[in-house]
Write a protein that binds this ligand. Structure first.
Ligand SMILES: Cc1cc2nc3c(=O)[nH]c(=O)nc-3n(C[C@H](O)[C@H](O)[C@H](O)COP(=O)(O)OP(=O)(O)OC[C@H]3O[C@@H](n4cnc5c(N)ncnc54)[C@H](O)[C@@H]3O)c2cc1C
Length: 380
């Protein structure tokens, strides 16, 4: 199906992203996969190529492009190239909007300029050992002492946690205030009392580091508060629809990539004197996947349009997130089956896709939490 959400300029940008990935990322993927972490100099290269921090205003070193379709192109191309270990969607779709929306001039000079230059990489730390879906259970605390915040607590499962030069930490700043008692505080690398724990061993996404973070009487300047004290939860919610849509965009792009590879394989692989794709059972599976992927893309493209015109709702995004990630999981499983034993071999992209896909229905809000959002909106 022809897509109408992107213009010629977006497609030109897509070529630029592909060139960047082919030059700076693809040749390193095996090394990063084995190391369990990427080389962060790639962010500098990404900034120079214009694929990182393009939404930052020109006076802070970016390109001033306020158009989510460019973010969508980067998300699609990273997913297509199995390159999501390079956390460009985290930086472009989550961190940059926070810094654009919530910073004062001093913070913009300190943080936005360095993000746009690729000199400062970031993580966002919400989840804790005892609180993931239920963020109101966060225990990491920050108390104000003079010109400082003193942070104590622990975070886990933090993407980019090892590499990050700065972390947006969700802290409880008023234990009595319920949802109004949370604030976002930026902790920079090297702050006394801030320690990184283990780089966690995962079943997929091996080139992206995922870490535990510890804060023990970690003293942070008061001027590192991001946004308004007590509005941390609300700040998180404001950007969630487009963050979740970004996961759905990646899911569809990744599923289409796996599907296209599998189509080729199913035409070439012979059994009983014919291509395995030509057996009716397999032909039907392939036809079903083609149909569902077309439908998914149309919904996601409509959501991208809604981000651009400012009408994407939390419910739209929840629908996109759960359905597209569950679809990706199903597509990858069916594609692996079509590969037979070769699908189980890690040298085949479908095997890596099978490992990588599993997290997508959990991270950024689980499928169950997405259905809760939709169900509640329907009055149940
Ligand atoms: C690789 C990886 C990277 C991650 N990156 C980050 C990151 O960068 N920053 C960050 O802050 N976090 C990150 N996370 C954490 C992620 O967001 C959480 O794992 C996720 O939100 C789920 O929380 P949980 O693991 O505590 O599961 P729980 O909340 O304990 O949920 C367990 C199960 O119970 C279900 N459940 C919970 N509540 C309900 C309910 N009300 N109704 C029905 N079912 C329910 C869930 O759907 C799930 O199936 C990452 C996780 C992983 C594995």
């Amino acid at each position: 199906m022809t897509r109408s959400v992107f213009t010629e300029e977006h497609e030109e940008f897509r070529s630029l992203v592909r060139e960047f990935l082919a030059r700076e990322v693809t040749p390193n993927l095996d090394t990063w996969y084995a190391a369990g972490i990427i080389d962060k100099s790639v962010y500098k290269a990404a900034a120079q190529a214009g694929v990182l921090g393009f939404s930052v205003p020109t006076e802070y070193g970016g390109m001033g492009i306020d158009d989510f379709r460019y973010n969508a192109v980067v998300a699609e191309e990273l997913a297509r190239g199995r390159s999501s270990g390079v956390a460009l969607t985290l930086l472009n779709d989550i961190i940059a909007p926070y810094l654009l929306r919530l910073t004062d001039e001093d913070q913009r000079q300190r943080w936005l300029t360095r993000l746009a230059a690729g000199d400062m990489t970031w993580a966002i730390a919400m989840s804790e050992p005892g609180a993931g879906s239920d963020l109101a259970g966060i225990r990491t605390s920050a108390r104000r002492e003079g010109d400082e915040w003193v942070i104590n607590g622990q975070k886990t499962f933090i993407s980019n946690g090892v590499l990050a030069d700065a972390v947006v930490v969700v802290c409880r700043t008023d234990p009595e205030a319920g949802h109004k008692g949370f604030s976002l505080i930026v902790v920079e690398d090297g702050t006394p009392g801030f320690e990184r724990g283990r780089k966690l061993k995962k079943m997929g996404h091996h080139s992206q580091d995922t870490a535990e973070l510890f804060f023990a009487d970690c003293r942070v300047p008061a001027k590192n508060l991001l946004g308004t004290e007590g509005r941390g939860f609300f700040h998180l919610m404001e950007n969630l629809p487009s963050e979740r849509l970004s996961i759905a965009i990646s899911a569809v792009a990744s599923a289409i990539d796996t599907f296209e590879q599998t189509k080729t394989y199913a035409k070439e692989r012979q059994a009983f004197g014919q291509s395995i794709g030509s057996f009716q059972a397999n032909r039907f599976t392939i036809a079903e996947m083609a149909t569902e992927l077309d439908i998914a893309r149309i919904y996601v493209d409509a959501c991208i349009g809604r981000v651009v015109d400012g009408t994407l709702t939390a419910v739209d995004a929840a629908k996109a997130k759960w359905w597209c990630t569950e679809l990706n999981k199903k597509v990858v499983d069916q594609c692996l089956q079509l590969h037979g034993g070769y699908g189980y071999m890690l040298e085949y992209p479908v095997a890596q896709a099978y490992q990588d896909v599993r997290i997508s229905t959990i991270l950024g809000g689980t499928t169950e939490i997405m259905k809760e959002i939709i169900g509640r909106d329907l009055g149940f």
